[in-house]
Design a protein around this ligand. Structure first.
Ligand code: NAP
Length: 665
C-alpha cells in the first residue's frame, strides 16, 4: 500500500469483481488479520484460528466455506469504509495484536516479540529503523566527518542509505563493476534465495511484486539495483576498486584506507570511521586436490560461474553438495550428458512447497492494494523463518541418541525428513543411506530441497561418496583407484568464511592487526561489529552474525546499521574523535557467546561446517535468537566504549561515559 488509507480502500473496492478474484488467490492468514484489524472482530479470528496450524500457507486447513465467509466479510467491510470515508482504525492494543499474531501463525507468539514484530511490519509506512539526530544542527559538524564503506552488497548499501539519510559524507568502495555483492557474483543456474522474499528484503523498501515466493538471483539483483536507484546511491559508489587494507592513525584518530584501481594502481584516502561490508561468502574455497592444475578441461567455482562453457552433452563433475550445489545440480542436469556428484558429507534438506511456486496475480494485487495485507504477510514470513526452531537446537544431555539428534523435537524433524527423502528416492534404501547425514538436523545449514533427491534417481546422475584422490588431465581418480573421466569440473565447495575480512590487511592501534589478533580462523568482536584496538571500525556481517536457525541476513544488517549509525551520531554530536569498545566488554560478550554456543547443534562434535573454526569454536554463526540480537543492538550504549573527545570540542557537550569498566551487556 503506497497511498493513504482512505484512497487505498476506495481503489480496492473500485472493481468488486477484481477484488473478489484477488482475495480468492490471497493467503487466508494475512487476509484474516486485515479483517480483524479493520473490524476488531475477535469472533471470526477464533473461528478460523484452529485451522491455521503453522506459519506457512500450506499448513492451513481452513474449510472453503469459512474462507468464503472471511472474503465476503472483508469485501463488505471495505465497501463500508469506502462508502463512509472512514479513517484508518487505530492500531490494535498489544494484547489484541498478540492474539492476532498467535492465531495468524498457529503458534503462540510471546509478548516479548511484539515490539520487534511491529518494527518489522512497519505499519503506516514508517521507516521504523531510521536513526534521527538528537541535537540541533549547530552541534552536528558532519561536513568535517567522512565514512568509508567497503562493499556495495546488501549490507554496505543499507549503511549507505542510512548515512545518506543522516547527511553524513561517505563513500562506498566496491571491487566489482556493479552493486549486489554476492547476488552479483553468484550467477550459477538455479541461484535463488531460500528465505521467503517478502521478508528477505529491506524493511524500508518493501517490494510487492516478487514473481516467486523464493526469487531467483536475477530478480533479487534487479531489486537491489532498484533500491540503489530509488536512493540515488550510485554517485556515492566508486566501482572497480579493491580495498587492500586500512590502518588506524592514532595521532589523527582516523583510518587510512588503501585500494587498487582496475589498472592495478595503488591509492589511499582517509576517513573518520570505516565500515566493512565485505560479506562472508565471496572468497571461493577451492579444495587443494592434487593434480588440479593438470586438468585440461574447464574447471570453475559456482561463485564464478563460467557461462561461456557449454555443458550440453558433457560429462560434468560437481564437487560439493551444499546450498549452491543443491541449486545448481538440478538446474543443469537436463542439459549435461552425465552429472557425477562428489559428496563428502550429505546435508539435511527440507521440502517447502512454496519454494517451487510462482506468486499468483491475485496475491500480488492484494499486496499492492489491500490495506495491511503486505505488513501481515511480512509478519507471517518473518515468523516462519524466525526463532521457531531455536529452542530445539540445544542438546538435551539425557537424550539417548546424541550422535543422530539433539532432543525429541530435533529427532522428530530428523524422522520427518528421512520419510520425505525416502519417498523422493522411491524407496531406494542404498541411495537413502548415502543421502541421510549422520549428524543432527540443523548441524549445517538446513537446505531446501530443489528436487535434488529426484535428480539423483535420473539415469544420467551418479552420486559418489568415496574420497577423491587426485585429478589427471581428463579424469578424477578416487582413493580406491577408480577413474572417472570428466569434461568439466564444477566446484560447489563454498567460501573461506572463517578467515573473516580476508584478504584485507587491517591494522589497528599499537601494532594490532586483524590477521594477528584473529589468527587463521578465530574472529571475534563485540556484537559482531567492533573490537578493542580498532577504534572507529565497524563491521557488518562480522564474527558470529551469520544466521543458521532462521531469519534473514538483511534483518541482521538493519540491526547492525542502526547501531552503527547511533555510534556515529554520538561521535558527530558530541565531538568524539575515537570510539573503541572496552576490552572487558568485548571479552565478556564473547565468553557469553561461547557458553551459549557450547550446548547448541553447531558445535556438535559430529559436524564439520564453515560455521565454526578448526577448534570447534563457533565463529561465523550467531547462537542468539533474532530477538536477543535485536535487543542487544537496538540502543547503542556509550558506556560500553572508551570515547576520546577531540581537542577544541565545545565544553558545553554532555559528559562522556566514565572510564570505569562497564557492566557485562
Ligand atoms: P557449502 O554449503 O559450504 O558447501 C560446500 C560443499 O563443498 C559441502 O558439501 C562440502 O562438504 C563440500 N566440500 C568442501 N571441500 C570439499 C573437498 N575438499 N572435497 C569434497 N567436498 C568438499 O557452500 P555453498 O554451497 O557455496 O554455500 C555456502 C553458503 O552460502 C550457504 O551455507 C548459505 O549460507 C549461502 N548460500 C545460500 C543460498 C540460498 O539462499 N539459497 C544459496 C547458496 C549459498 P562438507 O559438507 O563435507 O564440508
Amino acid at each position: 500500500m503506497t497511498t493513504d488509507f482512505r484512497t487505498a480502500v476506495r481503489l480496492a473496492v473500485d472493481d468488486e469483481a477484481r477484488l473478489r478474484a484477488a482475495l480468492v488467490e490471497s493467503d487466508i492468514a494475512p487476509m484474516l488479520m486485515v479483517l480483524v484489524q479493520l473490524t476488531g472482530d475477535m469472533g471470526i479470528l477464533e473461528e478460523v484460528a484452529p485451522h491455521i496450524q503453522g506459519p506457512w500457507n500450506f499448513l492451513q486447513t481452513v474449510p472453503e466455506p469459512l474462507k468464503a465467509r472471511v472474503r465476503d466479510r472483508l469485501v463488505a467491510v471495505l465497501q463500508d469504509f469506502a462508502a463512509h470515508d472512514r479513517p484508518a482504525p487505530p492500531r490494535p492494543a498489544p494484547e489484541v495484536l498478540q492474539r492476532m499474531m498467535s492465531a495468524g501463525v498457529g503458534q503462540p507468539v510471546p509478548p516479548e516479540y511484539i515490539p520487534l514484530l511491529l518494527e518489522e511490519m512497519s505499519f503506516g509506512e514508517e521507516d521504523t529503523r531510521a536513526v534521527h539526530w538528537q541535537r540541533d544542527p549547530a552541534s552536528r559538524p558532519v561536513d568535517g566527518f567522512k565514512v568509508v564503506v567497503i562493499g556495495a552488497g546488501l549490507g554496505g548499501l543499507c549503511a549507505a542509505i542510512r548515512l545518506k539519510q543522516l547527511g553524513i559524507p561517505f563513500e562506498v568502495l566496491e571491487k566489482n563493476a556493479d552493486v549486489g555483492g554476492t547476488w552479483l557474483e553468484n550467477s550459477y543456474p538455479g541461484c535463488a534465495v531460500d528465505t521467503p522474499n517478502h521478508f528477505y528484503s529491506y524493511s524500508f523498501h518493501i517490494n510487492n511484486h516478487w514473481t516467486r515466493h523464493f526469487s531467483r538471483r536475477d530478480e533479487i539483483l534487479a531489486y537491489i539495483r532498484e533500491v540503489v536507484r530509488a536512493h540515488d546511491l550510485r554517485p556515492h559508489i566508486r566501482f572497480g576498486v579493491e580495498v587492500t587494507g586500512a590502518a588506524y592513525d592514532e595521532a589523527c584518530a582516523d583510518w587510512q584506507v588503501s585500494w587498487r584501481d582496475g589498472a592495478g594502481a595503488a591509492h589511499s584516502g582517509r576517513c573518520n570511521a570505516l565500515i566493512t561490508a565485505v560479506g562472508q561468502l565471496n572468497r571461493p574455497a577451492i579444495p587443494p586436490i592434487e593434480g588440479l592444475s593438470r586438468f585440461r578441461g574447464p574447471a570453475f567455482h559456482t561463485g564464478h560461474w563460467d557461462a561461456g562453457v557449454d555443458l550440453k552433452g558433457k560429462r560434468v563433475a560437481m564437487i560439493g553438495t551444499g546450498a549452491s550445489g543443491m541449486q545448481a545440480g538440478p538446474s543443469i542436469v537436463g542439459d549435461v550428458g552425465h552429472l557425477r556428484i562428489f559428496q563428502r558429507t550429505p546435508h539435511w534438506a527440507v521440502n517447502n512447497r512454496n519454494y517451487h511456486l510462482p506468486v499468483t496475480p491475485g496475491h500480488t494485487w492484494s499486496l499492492e492494494h489491500l490495506p495491511y495485507y503486505s505488513n501481515w504477510l511480512r509478519f507471517q514470513q518473518f515468523w516462519a523463518s524466525s526463532d521457531g526452531f531455536h529452542a530445539s537446537l540445544h542438546v538435551d544431555p539425557d537424550w539417548p541418541q546424541p550422535a543422530q539428534s539433539l532432543n525429541a523435537t530435533n529427532h522428530q524433524m530428523r524422522e520427518m525428513i528421512v520419510d520425505y527423502v525416502r519417498g523422493e528416492l522411491g524407496g531406494d534404501e542404498a541411495l537413502l543411506a548415502k543421502c541421510i547425514p549422520a549428524y543432527p538436523p540443523y548441524g549445517k545449514r538446513m537446505l531446501r530441497d530443489n528436487h535434488w533427491y529426484r535428480m539423483l534417481r535420473r539415469e544420467n546422475v551418479t552420486l559418489e561418496t568415496d574420497p577423491i584422490s587426485h585429478f589427471t588431465e581428463d579424469a578424477i581418480v578416487m582413493k580406491d583407484g577408480t577413474v572417472h573421466p570428466v569434461d568439466v569440473v564444477i566446484f560447489a565447495t563454498g567460501f573461506a568464511a572463517s578467515r573473516m575480512l580476508w584478504p584485507l590487511e587491517i591494522q589497528g592501534r599499537d601494532g594490532h592487526s586483524i590477521r594477528a589478533d584473529w589468527g587463521e580462523d578465530d574472529p571475534r568482536a563485540y556484537l559482531g561489529m567492533t573490537a578493542p584496538a580498532y577504534p572507529n571500525l565497524f563491521m557488518l556481517y562480522g564474527p558470529n552474525t551469520n544466521l543458521a536457525h532462521g531469519g534473514s541476513i538483511i534483518f541482521h544488517s538493519e540491526c547492525q546499521v542502526r547501531y552503527i549509525m547511533q555510534a556515529l551520531r554520538l561521535m558527530i554530536e558530541q565531538g568524539v574523535e575515537s570510539l573503541e569498545v572496552r576490552p572487558e566488554v568485548h571479552d565478556a560478550y564473547n565468553q557469553r557467546l561461547d557458553e551459549k554456543a557450547r550446548g547448541m547443534v553447531w558445535t556438535h562434535p559430529g559436524v564439520t561446517s564453515w560455521y565454526k573454526n578448526s577448534r570447534n569454536r563457533l565463529t561465523v554463526t550467531s547462537p542468539w535468537r533474532l530477538l536477543d540480537y535485536w535487543g542487544m543492538t537496538r540502543e547503542f550504549d556509550p558506556a560500553q566504549f572508551v570515547a576520546h573527545r577531540a581537542a577544541g570540542a565545545p565544553s558545553s557537550l554532555p559528559a562522556l561515559p566514565s572510564p570505569a569498566p562497564a557492566a557485562t551487556p
